[in-house]
Structure formats: structure tokens, C-alpha cells
Design a protein around this ligand. Structure first.
Ligand code: UDP
Length: 384
């Protein structure tokens, strides 16, 4: 009889895939991954649009960017990443502007010809001085960019995206976006940025391509499955059958369009205007400029509250969510033989690189404790 440990991983997104790979590379074991969807890669899933041949990001745009060298090296083991820089434009009633806010945005928006130092002083004069440490998204915006830019670029977009007042949201959401006093219009500050040549699903396929990993798609988690240890990367509240209530998520829906040639001239255009019902339009052929396609497909993105059966996207983390999360985490900490990992199981707004970095670190920490025969195996990743 085989005596190797048998690990069960629930979910075949980046968390589950990277963790599974890490386990089989560190422990002499077998890993089964069960995934309820018919495909790998979770919300990063890419596939070819049958009508146009364009590689589409089925659950919305994913641009890989990281400043963690080991994460960049890791993903490059499993696919060719082509250099690609995200340059987002914002369409507003006052015109089209460059995002994130940079010197070009400031000069065009205010009809100025500032140099970096002048722009910095000007922006400083716009900021709300009465705000000390910003307590929420709105205060973060008003303190650093003032009301006019906030209302044009962020207020309407954020209301549509999150379905609540920006003052109910964490300042950390806005801190994702830089403000720059030069003409650098790269949406990210990361050292490395790119798009996998063959899409994200091909990368995840390679990650799980290992003789000790068995993958079962279209397979819901069966709690009765025999295993040495379970790694759950689905929603934390779902694991507990929503017995204390549901954690709030926003979900997005897409309205597909198709056209000849080039529809909007860029991968992503954001719409901050509250009168426009969608948040952004993404045209996916621009994510693969090395490919040629006569026709194009684009998606208008709408945001709404997640109901039962909807795909969970963005964790809202409003105050009641945080209270509920603490209760679920307490329940989780009392479980034995299970660990929780990833965006859904830890209920955090996480980029791909963060998910991968955390799964690698967790795999290492787990393997060490497991091989040392420790009683208390890690349950949740270390979080800031
Ligand atoms: N945001 C905004 N206007 C924009 C772009 C972003 O108000 O044009 C806000 C919005 O609240 C969003 C957050 O900034 O949720 C973070 O934006 P990011 O582009 O990182 O969101 P993602 O691409 O992850 O949806």
C-alpha cells in the first residue's frame, strides 16, 4: 500500500496550482487538485475567442506585474512573458486623459505647462490640509489630489465599481494607484511587467504538469475525500456553508462587442462619469500586440453585488465584512487538517504576484513543519 502523504487542493487558480507544485517539489507526496470550473487558472483564465481568434481574459484584464524577483523568475519558468506596459486612458466629459495621474494628466486637465516641481507645488495646494492620516478612500484622494481630480477620475468610477460611497472603503484601494510628477504613464510601479505569450491558462497548465499532481476539473469539493491534509483556496464563508452569513464581494459582468480592425485604440479605457453605466472597456487584442487579427472583440465591464451563483471578484471589506471575517477566521483556526490560502480564502484584494508569492512562502513553511512532524501546521498565510 502506498504510504506517501496525499494532499488535496481545492481550486486550480494561481494559489492552488503554485501550492500544489511547491508541495510536490518539497515533499515526497501526491497532490490532487479539484476545481469546480471546467478550466484552470481561476479568474486569470484566458482562452481564444472563437469568432476573432483573439486571446481573451475571460474574467477581465490581467496584467502581470511584480517587484519580487523570485516571483518573476518563478512565472518565467512556466511560460514566455512578453514585455507589456499598461497605459490606461480615462474618458471623461472634459476629454480623454492619461492614467494614473501624471504630469501629462495634470497639465492637460488644468491647461498648464508645469514642470515636475511646479506640478508638485500645485498639487500640494489642491490637497485638503485638514486631513491628517486618511481614514478611507475619499480622504486619501482629497488629501493628495483635491476635489476636482477626485470627482472626475475616482468618485464616479469607484461608486460604480464598489456600489458604495468611497468614504466607506479602505484608503488602501486608492493607494494601489501612483500619482507621478513626470510623464511616465505606466499604470504600475513594478520592476517587471508582462503578458504571457500563450495566455495565463497555459502558464498554469505548466505549473500543474507534474507526475505527482492529479488535476480534476469540473469537480466540486467533496469534504469526505480521504486526504492527509486539505488546502482550501475557495471562499472562506463557502467552506463553512455560509453559516455565519456572507462576506461581501463585488462581481463584474461583461457585454461583448465585435468590430473590424481596432475598436478603441488601447487595451483599457476607464469611464469615471457616473452617467456612463459601465466602468471600463477592454479590447483584448491590444494585450497581444505580437499577434495579428483582422477583427477585434471588446468588453464593457459592469459591476454589481455578488449574489449566490455569481463569480466572486473584489472583496469589499466594509466594516461588517471585517467583523464577519474575524469570526470565520476564528472558526478556521479551530479546524485541524486544513489550511486556507489565496484571495478568496483569506478575503483580500490580491494581485497575481502577491498570490504567487504567498503560495510559494506558504508551501515552504508548510513543508518545513510537515517534515519536522509538527503538531501545529500553518493554517493561514502570514498577513500584514
Ligand atoms: N479607480 C478609479 N478610477 C479609475 C481607476 C481606478 O476610481 O479610473 C479606483 C477604483 O476604486 C478601483 C481602484 O481605484 O477599484 C483600484 O484600481 P485598479 O485599477 O487597481 O483596479 P483593478 O484593475 O484591480 O480593477
Amino acid at each position: 500500500m502506498e504510504s506517501k502523504p496525499r494532499f488535496l487542493v481545492v481550486g486550480a487558480g494561481f494559489s492552488g496550482a503554485v501550492l500544489a507544485r511547491s508541495l510536490v517539489e518539497k515533499i515526497d507526496c501526491r497532490v490532487t487538485i479539484v476545481e469546480e470550473r471546467p478550466h484552470l487558472a481561476g479568474n486569470c483564465h484566458t482562452e481564444r475567442d472563437p469568432a476573432t481568434g483573439v486571446m481573451i481574459h475571460k474574467y477581465g484584464p490581467h496584467i502581470f506585474n511584480t517587484s519580487q524577483q523570485h516571483v518573476w523568475e518563478y512565472v518565467n519558468r512556466f511560460g514566455v512573458f512578453r514585455p507589456w506596459v499598461n497605459r490606461v486612458k480615462a474618458v471623461t466629459p472634459r476629454g480623454v486623459f492619461s492614467l494614473p495621474i501624471n504630469l501629462h494628466t495634470i497639465n492637460q486637465f488644468f491647461g498648464k505647462t508645469f514642470n515636475p516641481a511646479q506640478a508638485r507645488a500645485f498639487m500640494d495646494s489642491l490637497g485638503d490640509k485638514s486631513i491628517g492620516e486618511p481614514r478611507n478612500f475619499e480622504e486619501q484622494a482629497l488629501k493628495f489630489i483635491g476635489r476636482e481630480l477626485y470627482e472626475t477620475f475616482f468618485y464616479g468610477y469607484t461608486r460604480k465599481q464598489w456600489g458604495c460611497e468611497p468614504r466607506e472603503l479602505s484608503a488602501s484601494i486608492l493607494k494601489r494607484l501612483p500619482v507621478r510628477f513626470n510623464y511616465d504613464d505606466n499604470y504600475y510601479n513594478s520592476t517587471w511587467q508582462g503578458i504571457p505569450e500563450q495566455g495565463y491558462t497555459a502558464v498554469v497548465e505548466k505549473i500543474v504538469d507534474h507526475p505527482a499532481i492529479e488535476l480534476q476539473l469540473d469537480t466540486p469539493f467533496d469534504p469526505q475525500t480521504q486526504r492527509t491534509h486539505l488546502f482550501f483556496t475557495g471562499p472562506l464563508d463557502a467552506y463553512f456553508g455560509f453559516r455565519l452569513g456572507r462576506l461581501g464581494y463585488r462581481t463584474v459582468t461583461f457585454e461583448r462587442g465585435e468590430a473590424e480592425g481596432d475598436f478603441q485604440g488601447n487595451a483599457v479605457l476607464n469611464y469615471g462619469d457616473p452617467e456612463v453605466p459601465f466602468t471600463r472597456i477592454h479590447e483584448h487584442k491590444h494585450f497581444t500586440p505580437w499577434e495579428e487579427h483582422a477583427r477585434t472583440t471588446y468588453f464593457r465591464e459592469y459591476s454589481k453585488e455578488t449574489g449566490p451563483g455569481d463569480v466572486a471578484y473584489y472583496p469589499k471589506r466594509l466594516e461588517p465584512d471585517k467583523v464577519l471575517l474575524r469570526k470565520y477566521r476564528d472558526l478556521g483556526s479551530q479546524e485541524r487538517g486544513v489550511s486556507f490560502l489565496g484571495r478568496l480564502a483569506t478575503y483580500r484584494y490580491m494581485d497575481m504576484e502577491k498570490v504567487i508569492g504567498e503560495a510559494l512562502a506558504f508551501g515552504e513553511a508548510f513543508a518545513e513543519s510537515f517534515q519536522a512532524g509538527a503538531q501545529n501546521l500553518p493554517i493561514f498565510p502570514n498577513q500584514e
